[in-house]
Design a protein around this ligand. Structure first.
Ligand code: SAH
Length: 384
């Protein structure tokens, strides 16, 4: 005889356990309260978990020896401490490493670890998957925005890099991952709430312990958010300048049409605590015959007057179909000399990780590629 199962009587499937790794301290506290930890203890429990997860790199609640055993067991049933899946990992001949992280199906973003000869090293993290800005020389800019990353997802990129290069606990000596730069995919100032929350977690001395002065946020020029970034995060500021005249900047960094150079520089001057120990980094990509003349170098010096600054000259990194060429080496050196003579540090950035498409402006992700394919399908469907 066939038995009819009444599925509606079945208990709901238990919700999938959720990761606590990368959550900010306030978010951890809220999670503990929601879990039923008495409110008076929730803050303490959050701090314990934060230290184990973000300082020690622990991925198992049972190792948290100062947390009551019962609670450890209960936590293990409802939560985990795993990171998002690593969809791809590549290592360049120059030691640069790139991870493609799958935050959820179809939402993937890249992070790049750039170890330096001086034993320091920066992790370049993404703040969005895709970008809305359309800078003409940037590969990410040719893709559409998929979505903002959450604070937890931004922090997870650092946990993954630390796992992979073996740098737990955070207090270990001779760490190679010493700096964080928000120079991956996306415009961090269009996701400022999550970026600020992530920076609180990254700079927490009892957690990941990378100080605010070792964290740099780079923006293409969302002027109204620049002073707010400083006030909320205390991070170092970098500006993707790339042109010294509004007509050219309107073309290659189109956000300039909204916030022109004058508006941008007013905002930069209002960045908190600017001084000799706290300089703004200006990034200037060297595009052959576009923005690399000596007259432009001199105009750059004039534009920067009164702003404590360092100028990173970035040789253009090509990508398939990119409409520019990199300036000649002599041109870049001559440009650097003019800026340097005016008293500004003007290092020429050696491209890193070009062979694995990890260099500035080359980042893009599988999920963005997929949405481009979707776009094509949509276009075809419309044409039918
Ligand atoms: N949206 C932010 C964060 C991205 S940072 C910003 O614009 O600052 C990425 C840096 O790489 C920016 O300075 C960007 O202008 C630069 N860049 C983009 N494409 C590049 C390319 N093809 N070659 C060299 N640098 C590039």
């Amino acid at each position: 005889m066939k038995v009819e199962l009444d599925l509606s009587k079945r208990p709901d499937a238990a919700p999938a356990p959720k990761s606590l790794a990368g959550l900010s301290l306030p978010a951890l506290k809220a999670e503990m309260e929601a879990f039923g930890v008495p409110p008076k203890q929730a803050g303490m429990r959050a701090k314990q978990i934060r230290r184990w997860a973000h300082h020690m790199g622990c991925q198992d609640f049972m190792e948290m020896t100062d947390v009551a055993k019962d609670l450890r067991e209960q936590l293990s049933e409802s939560y985990h401490l795993e990171r998002p899946e690593i969809a791809d990992h590549q290592v360049s001949v120059d030691g640069t490493q790139k991870w493609l992280t799958r935050f959820q199906p179809g939402v993937e973003g890249e992070s790049v670890f750039i170890p330096d000869v001086s034993k320091t090293g920066a992790l370049c993290v993404s703040s969005q998957v895709g970008c809305t800005l359309n800078c003409t020389f940037c590969h990410t800019g040719t893709q559409k925005l998929v979505r903002n990353l959450t604070a937890q997802e931004i922090v997870a990129q650092i946990l993954i890099a630390r796992d992979e290069i073996g740098e737990w606990p955070a207090s270990m000596e001779n760490r190679r991952l010493t700096n964080i730069v928000f120079m991956g995919m996306g415009e961090p100032l269009y996701n400022l709430d999550n970026v600020a929350e992530a920076i609180d977690t990254i700079s927490d001395g009892d957690g990941i312990a990378i100080g605010r002065r070792r964290i740099t946020v780079s923006t293409a020029g969302v002027a109204p958010k620049i002073p707010e970034l400083g006030a909320r995060t205390g991070a170092m500021l970098a500006i993707s300048l790339h042109a010294v005249r509004d007509d050219l900047r309107d073309e290659i960094v189109p956000i300039n049409r909204k916030y022109d150079l004058q508006t941008l520089f007013e905002a930069i001057r209002a960045y908190p605590e600017l001084g000799n120990s706290r300089r703004v980094t200006f990034e200037y990509v060297m595009l052959k015959g576009v923005n690399d003349s000596l007259a432009e170098a001199r105009d750059l010096v004039k534009l920067l007057r009164g702003v404590p600054a360092k100028i990173n000259l970035i040789p253009f990194n090509p990508w398939p179909g990119s409409p520019y060429e990199c300036s000649d080496w002599e041109t870049i050196e001559a440009f650097a000399k003019v800026v340097n003579r005016a008293g500004y540090a003007s290092p020429i950035r050696t491209p890193r990780g070009r062979d694995i498409f990890a260099a500035c402006g080359q980042l893009r992700s599988e999920s963005v590629k997929k949405s481009a394919a979707e776009k094509r399908r949509e276009a075809l469907a419309q044409a039918e």
